[in-house]
Write a protein that binds this ligand. Structure first.
Ligand code: MN
Length: 280
């Protein structure tokens, strides 16, 4: 009996090892191709950063935090006055070759006829206002919309979204700009949003979505995902009735440090889910 159960198990293990090796080889090939195709304007940008942006865009789409809209950006690693984001494209389709370089006025360094995201000013003005921020994610996360249009503040429900315990401001475009198409389509609107964000990790946008920021792409993506999870759970907890026992700011600060320390565990899991989508 023992032999019969052990043999298939060994075979499965061997197959898993082979699959993992094949995926690493696939990714290496993908990144090599991307590096060769990289335009001169992307000098100083390494493949690992581009990979994080691709994995982040695709995993957030996979989770339904991003749909056809939304974007993941990173500050340029060697020029703090520039940032990187995809050309206008659904996040689930982003590859390293689609990532472009911008200045903080939202101008593309080398557009080469590619179309640009209308809301790139969200990213530009936050990088300008927050030297500590290395990555920005903008989503239309379904979970957060109710908290952007009611008086109920988004608060930290559990340890992964602990960063919400610092407080979550809500920005209303109508306050300064009247009736608009709701988009952050120029520097002045981006500046107003960056002011509302202040020194916090997340800002909600009334009737629109949210922006999360962090010192790395991995953490900004982690925060975008868990902000959506938290919002959905908080709506459930409120529906159950009675007082909700949220994390305190002190608990939030301590838990956030732990999240930073273990980010690679969840990131590697997300990467394994995304690699097959790159093998085209
Ligand atoms: Mn938007």
């Amino acid at each position: 009996m023992k032999f019969r159960t052990q043999a298939p198990r060994d075979a499965i293990k061997a197959l898993a090892r082979l699959t993992a090796t094949a995926m690493v080889a696939l990714l290496a090939g993908f990144l090599e191709t991307s590096a060769q195709a990289q335009p001169a304007s992307m000098a100083g940008v390494d493949a690992a950063l581009l990979e994080d942006m691709v994995v982040g865009s695709r995993i957030l789409a996979d989770f339904g935090v991003l749909d056809g809209f939304g974007h993941v950006s990173a500050r340029h690693p060697t020029n703090p006055n520039h940032f990187l984001m995809s050309r206008s494209l659904a996040p689930a389709l982003v590859t390293a070759d689609d990532i472009m370089e911008f200045d903080l006025d939202g101008n593309a360094v080398d557009a080469s006829g590619r179309s640009l995201f209308l809301e790139r000013f969200i990213h530009a003005e936050i990088y300008r206002a927050r030297p500590d921020v290395m990555s920005v994610v903008h989503t239309h996360s379904p979970g957060v919309i109710p908290f952007s249009v009611t008086k109920v503040p988004l608060q930290a429900m559990f340890h992964n979204p602990s960063f919400l315990a610092a407080g979550v401001p809500v920005w209303d475009i109508r306050k300064d700009f009247g009736e608009t198409n709701m988009l952050v389509s120029n520097s002045a609107i981006g500046k107003s949003l960056a002011q509302a964000l202040g020194d916090k990790p997340v800002v909600l946008m009334r009737g629109h979505g949210d922006v999360t920021v962090a010192p790395s792409v991995k953490m900004a993506v982690f925060r975008a995902y868990y902000t959506d999870v938290n919002a959905k759970l908080q709506s459930q907890a409120i529906a159950l009735g009675g007082a909700v026992n949220y994390l305190t700011p002190g608990e939030g600060e301590k838990a956030d440090k732990t999240n930073f320390a273990v980010i690679d565990r969840i990131w590697n899991l997300w990467k394994m889910r995304i690699l097959p989508t790159l093998a085209k």
